[in-house]
Design a protein around this ligand. Structure first.
Ligand code: SF4
Ligand code: SF4
Length: 387
C-alpha cells in the first residue's frame, strides 16, 4: 500500500493491537486514505465520496436497531448483501446505524432495495433524523428504571419519515433515550434527550444495606464524612444513623435530587416502580459548529411510562419535532431555534402552560437542572392537555 499523505498522520496500531489499522480497512478505503476531495448526496441515505485518485465509493446508511442489538442471523444477511453488492465491508455508526459501501450508484440502489426488503430503512443524512441512540437499560443493566430500548423503538416507529427524508427537517436531529439519569445513551447534550427518572427519592432496603456500609464497630470509630455511601451523595442527603447497637443510613428526602448515584454504588437503593417516569431535555448538541456544543434544557421533568407504545412520551417528542420543523430557519437545530425565539416562546408554541419560576430558570441552577427532584405527576397534570 502507499503511505498516507504527509501531514495526515501515519496509520497507527489501534485496537485490536495485534494488527495494524491497515489490516482492517477495505482495499478501496486503504488506497484512498486521506485523499477524499468531494462528496455528493443521492437522496438522504446514499452519499458518494470521490477521491483525488479518481476512485469513488457510495455509502448507504441503514437504520439500526435500538441499542445496536443485532442477531447473528441479521448480520449474516447484511454480510451477504455486502458481499453481493458491496465491497464486502460494513460499518456500525455511533448512532447505531449500519453503513454499506459499494462502488457504483446502481449497486447502492440495489443495496437499498435489499435492506428495505428486510424491513430496514435507508436515510439519516443531511437534514434528517440521524438515528435514535438507546442505552442498554432493561436488556442487561441493573440500574435502569425505565426500558430505554422499547421506548426508542416506539419513538422510531413514529419518526420514520424524518429518517428517510420523506419529511425533511431544518437541520440534523439526534435523539437519545436513557433508562436512568446516568444517561449512558450519550448524555444530555442532544437535540432531544429522554431520560428515565425515579420520580421520588429512593427506597433503602435494610436487608441489603449492611453490604454497602462498614460493620458497626468500624462505623462507631470513623467520622461520618469518611463513610463511602455518605460521600457518594452529591447533596448530603445521606447520613449515618445509629439505631441501638446497629447503624443504618438515613435519607433526607427534601435534599435528594434523585440522581441515582447511590444506586450506582449500592444495590440497597431502589426505586418505587409506580413513581418512575421520563424526563425530556431539549436543545443540546455535541457539535462544535454554529453556536457550539451545549447542554440541553429540561422541558418536562416527568411523563408517565406506559409501555409498550408510551403514547404520552411519543406525543411530546413528535410535537417538539413538528414545532421545530415548522418554525426553524434552514440549518437551525432545536437549540438554535430556542435561542432565537426564546424559551418562553418555544414552550408557548408547544402549547405548554407556563411553569413555575424554579422550573423556567433551571439552567441557572446548574446542579439541580440535571436532576429530577420533582414528584412529577403535578407537572404531568399541567401539561397533558397540551399534547
Ligand atoms: S443510563 Fe442507566 S439504565 Fe441506561 S445503561 Fe446507563 S446505568 Fe443502565
Ligand atoms: S439519589 Fe442522589 S441525591 Fe438522592 S440519596 Fe441518592 S445519591 Fe443522594
Amino acid at each position: 500500500m502507499s503511505a498516507p499523505p504527509a501531514g495526515r498522520g501515519a496509520i497507527e496500531l489501534v485496537f485490536p493491537a495485534h494488527k495494524g489499522l491497515e489490516y482492517w480497512l477495505p482495499d478501496v478505503i486503504r488506497r484512498n486514505y486521506g485523499k477524499w476531495k468531494e462528496r455528493r448526496f443521492h437522496g438522504y441515505g446514499i452519499i458518494e465520496h470521490i477521491s483525488e485518485t479518481g476512485e469513488r465509493v457510495f455509502t448507504i446508511k441503514v437504520s439500526g436497531t435500538p441499542n445496536a442489538r443485532f442477531s447473528a442471523d441479521t448480520l449474516l444477511k447484511f454480510c451477504d448483501i455486502a458481499d453481493k453488492y458491496g465491497i464486502g465491508a460494513l460499518r456500525i455508526t455511533t448512532a447505531a446505524n449500519v453503513e454499506f459501501i459499494t462502488d457504483s450508484l446502481d449497486k447502492a440502489l440495489k443495496i437499498k432495495e435489499e435492506v428495505e426488503k428486510l424491513g430496514f430503512l435507508v436515510g439519516g443524512w443531511r437534514n434528517t433524523l440521524w438515528g435514535i441512540n438507546a442505552c442498554t437499560a432493561f436488556l442487561t443493566c441493573q440500574i435502569g428504571v425505565t426500558d430505554a430500548v422499547s421506548l426508542a423503538k416506539a419513538i422510531g416507529d413514529q419518526l420514520k419519515p424524518y429518517f428517510t427524508g420523506e419529511i425533511p427537517l431544518p437541520a440534523k436531529l439526534r435523539v437519545f433515550v436513557s433508562g436512568c439519569p446516568n444517561a449512558c445513551a450519550g448524555g444530555t447534550a442532544m437535540d432531544i434527550s429522554i431520560i428515565g427518572v425515579w420520580g421520588a427519592a429512593p427506597i433503602i432496603r435494610e436487608d441489603i444495606l449492611p453490604v454497602c456500609i462498614p460493620p458497626p464497630k468500624a462505623l462507631a470509630r470513623i467520622p461520618e464524612s469518611k463513610v463511602f455511601m455518605v460521600q457518594v451523595c452529591p447533596v448530603g442527603a445521606l447520613r449515618v444513623k445509629r439505631v441501638g447497637e446497629k447503624f443504618t443510613l438515613e435519607l433526607i428526602e427534601a435534599r435528594c435530587i434523585n440522581c441515582v448515584r447511590c444506586k450506582d454504588n449500592c444495590d440497597a437503593f431502589d426505586y418505587e416502580p409506580e413513581e418512575v417516569g421520563w424526563g425530556i431535555i431539549v436543545g443540546g448538541r455535541l457539535s462544535n459548529t454554529g453556536s457550539g456544543p451545549r447542554v440541553g434544557r429540561m422541558l418536562i421533568p416527568w411523563l408517565p411510562s406506559n409501555p409498550p407504545r408510551y403514547p404520552e412520551v411519543v406525543a411530546v417528542v413528535k410535537k417538539i419535532v413538528e414545532v421545530w420543523r415548522q418554525n426553524a430557519r434552514p440549518g437551525e437545530r432545536i437549540g438554535d431555534l430556542i435561542d432565537r425565539i426564546s424559551w418562553a416562546r418555544f414552550t408557548e408554541l408547544l402549547g405548554l402552560p407556563r411553569l413555575p419560576a424554579d422550573y423556567m430558570y433551571m439552567p441557572e441552577h446548574a446542579r439541580t437542572f440535571m436532576a429530577y427532584r420533582w414528584r412529577g405527576e403535578w407537572v404531568w397534570r399541567r401539561v397533558r392537555d397540551a399534547i
